[in-house]
Design a protein around this ligand. Sequence first.
Ligand code: DPP
Ligand code: ZN
Length: 870
Amino acid sequence: PATIYLKDYKQPDFSIHSIDLVVELGEEVTTVSSSMTIKRMNHQASTLSLNGENLELISIRRNGLVLNDTSYECTDEYLHIPIPKSEEEFTLAIVTRIKPQENTALEGLYKSSGNFCTQCEAEGFRKITYFLDRPDVMSVFSTTIIGDADLYPVMLSNGNKVEEKQLDDGRSYVKWEDPHPKPAYLFALVAGDLACVEDHFTTASGRDVLLQIFVEKGNEDRCNHAMTSLKKSMKWDEEEFGREYDLDVFMIVAVSDFNMGAMENKGLNVFNSKYVLASPQSATDTDYDGIESVIAHEYFHNWTGNRITCRDWFQLTLKEGLTVFRDQQFSADMNSAAVFRIGDVQRLRAAQFPEDAGPLSHPIQPQSYVEINNFYTATVYEKGAEVIRMIHTILGKEKFRNGMDIYFDRHDGQAVTTEEFVKAMEDGSGIDLTQFRRWYVQAGTPVIKVTEGYNPESQQYSLTLEQENPKLAENFLPYHIPVDMSLLDGNGKAIGFTTDTGAKSTGKVLNLTQKKQTFVFNDINSEPTISLFRGFSAPVKLEQNLDNEQLAFLFSRETDLFNRWDAGQRLSSNILLSQVNRHDVGSLQILPQMYLSSIRNILNDRELDPAFAAIALSLPSEQDLAQKMPVVNVDAIHIVRNNALKEIGLKFESDFLQIYKDLRDLKVEGNQPIASNRKFKNTALRFLTATAKEDYFALAAEQYHAAENMTDAMASLFNLGESEGQIRDEIFADFYQKWEADPLVIDKWFTVQAMSSRPTALEDVTNLLSHPAFTMLNPNRVRSLIAAFVSGNPVHFHEKSGKGYQFLFNAIEQLNGTNPQIAARLVTPLGQWRRYDAVRQKLMTDKLEEILDISDLSNDVYEMANKSLH
Ligand code: DPP
Ligand code: ZN
């Protein structure tokens, strides 16, 4: 397969000004007729090459005249049409046929639960009709849909509905027009027998916008939270960024078969139903948070992505990094900001850090790809968002807003690059970001080494920071890194100091720009404790020699909640990892007293937000711990962590039981306090069942039966999933029976079993592949069982027998034929082979070799396996 390079980017030879589509939906065949007006952009060009895949070409007319098959060339991927150089402008009408009902890859036009829907990002439109399928070709679309009136009473496309009628043959006819020129990846079409929930939003300038959420019938009462989140997002974007919505209707359609989370098509977002449907009975608090953030994300794309789009796919982070940053800021504003920030960083560290340290490492602006679908990565999204956040930190809120205003004014209606964005930020702030631009082109996670010195005589404190980038070693150029910091006194209070401008301050953002740089603070009259990278002000790894006593101090006294949490995680990691190392020599493990007292501090601090207390008490995951070991010892990590859970559970048994009972019986109005209490309560339950006492499994079972919401039911299920015996089996059977008809809930049932550490987990998971409810054709189901197992069950996935790897191989092989995008994502864990012992390395690389030998290997899977191996 060919590699595509950013350096080879060329402007298009032709532009397509308008496209009128007529789509006749059929059960056997769907006919797509497209009429385009095309303009020449390059006077030398002699051929128009349109993208097209899996299309049956019926006819082509240029300027009204039929082209016979000697006057064009059709390959598997292109339609080449010679165009006389004298021709500045012309029309092209192309008729093609497709079979959406056979489209299991879920790119282009396909069917989900009997309804038609589309997914065109990144390159799906070329599976609908021949087109210049690239984001810098922006066209005005009209879309006419003709389909059976009974089967498809709802027929939607982008923009406004301009015509609707019944045809004599029992079909209906609907025409949509989108006044905003857009790239083809933002095209959408939906047809089906769907229910609609409506609401309204009045924009800041007083326009009324109709809001519609379309769902399968029977789900109407599960759209409330999505609708509320949408209205909050619309208001927030007006208040924070001055951005109003620009059409008279905003539609969301929930579908059950979807490769991604959701898609920001102009005026017609298509969503994975997981990010729309929720009721307290069927969705957890985490699901509620996910819906709020994805609804916001897709809505925010209307300005950052749709009105201003990407010139080419190497610029993906232009819209994704920025939009993730915007949705994170929104969620932080709507909820507990510190707890949400911690969640963002946890996700970054869990997914992006390993990606950036492994064979698939790439800068947020990649320089090349084989298959663009493989670059919807944690790096482009999550690290991309951190890069925007750093600009925000360096500029400050006001100048950042100035920069955004300039960006919107200057580039509305354009397809641009990250350079235009950074330039707008410079122009809006007067701050030079030349060096900062390295964040876009250098891969790898920087490591920051810290050295401190305090001189009591001169009352000077000096801080030396040194940057390294293990991924690039000698080849990296120092980054511009914002270091948000304070100096803390013995009580954890921020000490005042004099800044370079002579102002007094208790905190500051240092601009670290050199490889090694020293900052001096004057008039510091006692030795301070440094609080660095407050709120995680840069996506770096910190190498700071803090002993456990110092970490325990920060864990109880830090005023920055992110750093407070992080100190606790570092403390736990130190202790657990030293036990992992000793475990190999078979010595007994007992948690140190100072560690237990710092846990007691959290338990006794009744002022703490319970959601914060819950995450502060939670131990680093097995995957977190694995990242900190040169060679991952999967089994020892699992044993040591479980022992620690148990020891903490036993040590604080009565406290956890008290917390559990208090919070269980507490009734608070409003959603948020209840959600954070639930989180703390269920954390307490986890420590209680870790003691392995029967009473607490009984308590979990009791909670299951009494549960009025899915959060509590799932917490019970997770706890029971770790146990053996009749109660567990009965409850799993009961849960299945109760929710059999609800795919999103059944996904959870699969996931709990996939993540269980029971000795039989791999056998259980293998058996579940033959469960009547399992199918490889539904991406959510694949993620709920297969992805959950390979990424959420390290002990069993990495079983020394190699059976876990074989299980994954089988799934990849099968999915390669039906859904290459989903298959490719599953390759990632094998790419981490260098981190394991020799036996596992061999087993994992053998599987990668076998993947490369799969017949009819898709580009998607090829690229992932090939890069992972080399
Ligand atoms: N729909 C995906 C997202 O919003 C890709 N644009 O991130
Ligand atoms: Zn996005």
